[in-house]
Design a protein around this ligand. Structure first.
Ligand SMILES: [Zn+2]
Length: 416
């Protein structure tokens, strides 16, 4: 049974066929959630699943579950999947690869006549990207109980069309119940440069970083750039000149995985010969380990307070977004590690720097993820790319890990 391998050419040709829906001139895709293009992609996927005898269910938020029966219908399924929706100028692989590799696993078992103990399912989570309807990982959030269904239904796009209206319009408002899951895996492109730089084929993903975003506003006093002596200014950029090196040093002290990013900086009134009266900036802080993450947060607080009070400047700090980190299930991680060895592929353990549907799934089922390299670490970009042999390698690891998990008896608990 371990000798079975997926069909890499079939997987690749399906990736290319899916990319014709919402195709952009630069080679990427615009297939935003619940548009006509998304509907076409979702229906193509369902047709491929029906062709190999899968039973399809759709739930009230449009999540699609394609099931291949196991030998014991009373057992909960091993699920895999990701998303088919894209960014407005997205690539061919983000999300799509995880869905179609899952289908390829089921197709391979179908043509080799393999029956697993547990059923297997491929899931398409609705609106993962959160660009048309502003909540990322929406479908998996509703499924896992993190987000009330009505809250998802009420989200609207820029034209005022709601998730509920659009689900009805494309005919994908289902009624399937939420069922327990034995184990879950999500296969995804890395969306970062580490695997490629190290020449590794498989990322054995052990968790997802802790992350938060903060806004700082520092108040000074507008003054003429000429007559006002330096020591008599109330200049918020002077505080910034202390904050930046100290926060970069804080990230280095918590290296190599600590991250701080200043993505937005604005000094007002924005005149070259006026001392700014107001400075606003955002700080994105991340670390995979909770203790270090907490240390970075308190260090950040201390540094900003210290710099502003030394210069007697008023300031405000606010955390406007936080996503707790995730530690994936040790059993699922072990299955991926074992499958990587069986496939004789090079792998390394790593933590995801981005959020995925697997974060939501992991709150209700044993879960882990598998990464493959992507060219230059590029994603959310039309040029997003991976190699056919890398796509095939990841799908073979998914096959091996799903077979292990689906052969296991009895219930498993989340080991956190
Ligand atoms: Zn994705």
């Amino acid at each position: 049974m371990n000798e079975i391998r997926i069909n890499g050419e079939r997987l690749w040709s399906r990736l290319m066929e899916m990319a014709t829906h919402g195709a952009l001139p630069g080679g990427g895709c615009n297939r935003q959630a619940l548009t006509d293009e998304d509907r076409a992609g979702r229906e193509l996927f369902m047709q491929w699943c029906r062709d190999i005898g899968c039973e399809i269910r759709m739930d009230a938020v449009g999540n699609i579950f394609a099931r291949r029966a196991g030998s014991d219908a009373t057992m909960p399924p091993v699920i895999t999947g990701s998303h088919l929706d894209t960014q407005p100028s997205g690539g061919k692989f983000d999300g799509v690869y995880g869905v179609l590799a899952g289908l390829e696993v089921l197709h391979t078992l179908h043509e080799n006549d393999v029956t697993t103990l547990h059923p297997l399912e491929v899931v398409v989570w609705t609106n993962e990207e959160g660009c048309r309807f502003d909540t990322a990982m929406m479908g998996s959030a509703v499924w896992s109980g993190k987000m009330p269904l009505d809250q998802a239904y009420a989200l609207t796009d820029r034209e005022g069309r709601s998730v509920r209206e659009e689900l009805e319009r494309i005919g994908h408002l289902g009624s399937a119940d939420t069922e327990p899951v034995h184990a879950a895996l999500e296969l995804h492109i890395e969306q970062g440069p580490v695997l490629e730089a190290e020449g590794k084929t498989i990322g054995i993903v052990t968790g997802v970083q802790h992350m938060s975003r903060h806004r700082i506003v520092i108040h000074g006093q507008e003054a003429h750039a000429g007559p006002t002596p330096m020591e008599m200014r109330r200049d918020p950029v002077m505080a910034l000149s202390r904050i930046l090196p100290e926060l970069y040093a804080l990230a280095a002290q918590h290296g190599p995985d600590g991250r701080v990013t200043f993505g937005f900086l604005e000094a007002l009134p924005g005149s070259s010969n006026t001392v700014p009266g107001r400075l606003e900036l955002t700080v994105d802080i991340r670390h995979p380990l909770e203790d270090y993450y907490r240390e970075m947060l308190s260090g950040y607080q201390r540094i900003v307070e210290g710099a502003c009070s030394a210069l007697q400047l008023d300031f405000e700090m606010q955390c406007f977004w936080e996503a707790p980190g995730v530690e994936f299930d040790t059993g699922c991680i072990a299955a991926v590690r074992e499958a990587t060895l069986q496939c004789k592929l090079s792998g390394r353990e790593m933590v995801s720097g981005a959020g995925h549907d697997a974060c939501n799934v992991s709150t209700v089922a044993p879960t882990s993820m598998i990464f493959i390299p992507c060219e230059g670490g590029l994603s959310h970009n039309e040029a997003e790319n991976t190699l056919p042999q890398q796509a095939a390698a990841g799908a073979n690891v998914l096959l091996g890990a799903m077979l292990q998990l689906a052969a296991q008896d009895g219930g498993r608990v989340i080991s956190k």
